[in-house]
Design a protein around this ligand. Structure first.
Ligand SMILES: [Zn+2]
Length: 313
């Protein structure tokens, strides 16, 4: 993972002052100047400021940077989403960080799930609850933090940042190993075959549903039989169509090329659909275990990755 902008090292033990100045200026433009984020991004790029990988700033990269509590010397409890001090140096104050949160609607009760614009990477059947095996879906915690929560028992949850960063690190490590790309292409080929057979299945189901009308018209089956059969077929059609939508996203997504830096850049800035596809091709399931005790922080202790294409290193 690249270092966090504004800090000298991965451990965030020292501030890089020129970058801190930029971050502070950006934050005061947002908070005091009330400038829209896109305007601040234009200013940063026009001034020649670049991200840690050398790329221009984008709305998304600045948004993610400012959403990282580490810039204010804070971290989130991965389960509850509450902020707490880390004791490490900070680029901006906690108060400024909380104002930024309020500005982007990330605070408690502001953003109902319906308006949730967080691009959840791991929903749609990829993430499962370690307690009850049901799927987990993305949504805001009470504190407004993007999170994944079991939609059955509701007892397992984890912040999206903790889960996605962990999955991302592992995905990138795997992607940079020789042979992974070929394995992904083979997996994508299988997915295309599945898409094709789903299309066939949908055709067959539609035909057999239509085929019910004739015997009913001829009085060979009763209305009750027709309705029951129709219901069963529609249920199957619905499942097949849902699966097809999911599978098509993966089948058609572009796979990333390149060296480690290129892959990191892709993970930071690449199209969401491409990242989703790669995650789905790499992992069969991402299983999240309940937090054993308060203070268990790292996703590493809670997340079990079930690899699809390759054995985990
Ligand atoms: Zn559950």
């Amino acid at each position: 993972m690249p270092r966090l902008y504004g800090f000298e090292d991965q451990r965030l033990s020292r501030v890089r002052e020129p970058e801190q100045q930029v971050a502070r200026e950006a934050v005061s433009r947002l908070l005091v100047g009330r400038q829209p984020r896109s305007e601040v991004v234009s200013w940063m790029n026009a001034e020649g400021h670049r991200g840690t990988m050398g790329g221009e700033w984008t709305n998304g990269s600045l948004g993610r940077f400012l959403a990282n509590p580490a810039i204010a010397g804070l971290e989130r409890d991965p389960e509850t989403g509450e902020l707490r001090e880390t004791g490490r140096p900070a680029l901006i104050t906690r108060n400024e960080y909380e104002q930024l949160e309020a500005l982007s609607g990330r605070t408690a009760g502001v953003a109902p799930t319906r308006d949730d614009d967080f691009p959840y990477l791991l929903s749609e059947g990829l993430t499962e609850c370690g307690l009850c095996d049901d799927g987990m879906t993305g949504g805001r915690s009470n504190a407004g933090t993007p999170s994944y929560r079991c939609h059955d028992c509701g007892r397992v949850r984890i912040t999206a940042a903790a889960l996605e960063d962990y999955v991302g690190e592992n995905a990138l490590a795997e992607l940079s190993r020789p042979g992974t790309r070929e394995a992904l292409e083979a997996a994508q080929e299988e997915i295309r075959a599945e898409a094709e057979s789903l299309r066939q299945r949908i055709k067959t189901l539609t035909a057999s549903r239509d085929g019910l009308v004739e015997p009913y018209a001829e009085g060979q089956v009763t209305r009750a039989v027709l309705v029951a059969a129709d219901g069963t077929i529609n249920e199957k059609l619905k499942d097949a169509r849902t699966r097809l939508r999911y599978v098509e996203q993966i089948a058609n997504a572009k796979l990333p090329f390149g060296d480690v830096e290129g892959l990191v850049r892709w993970w930071e800035h690449g199209p969401h659909a491409s990242k989703r596809a790669v995650v789905a091709l790499l992992f069969d399931r991402v299983r999240v275990m309940p937090a054993r005790a308060r203070g268990v922080r790292s996703a590493e202790d809670r997340v079990v990755l079930r690899w699809r294409t390759v054995e985990a290193a």
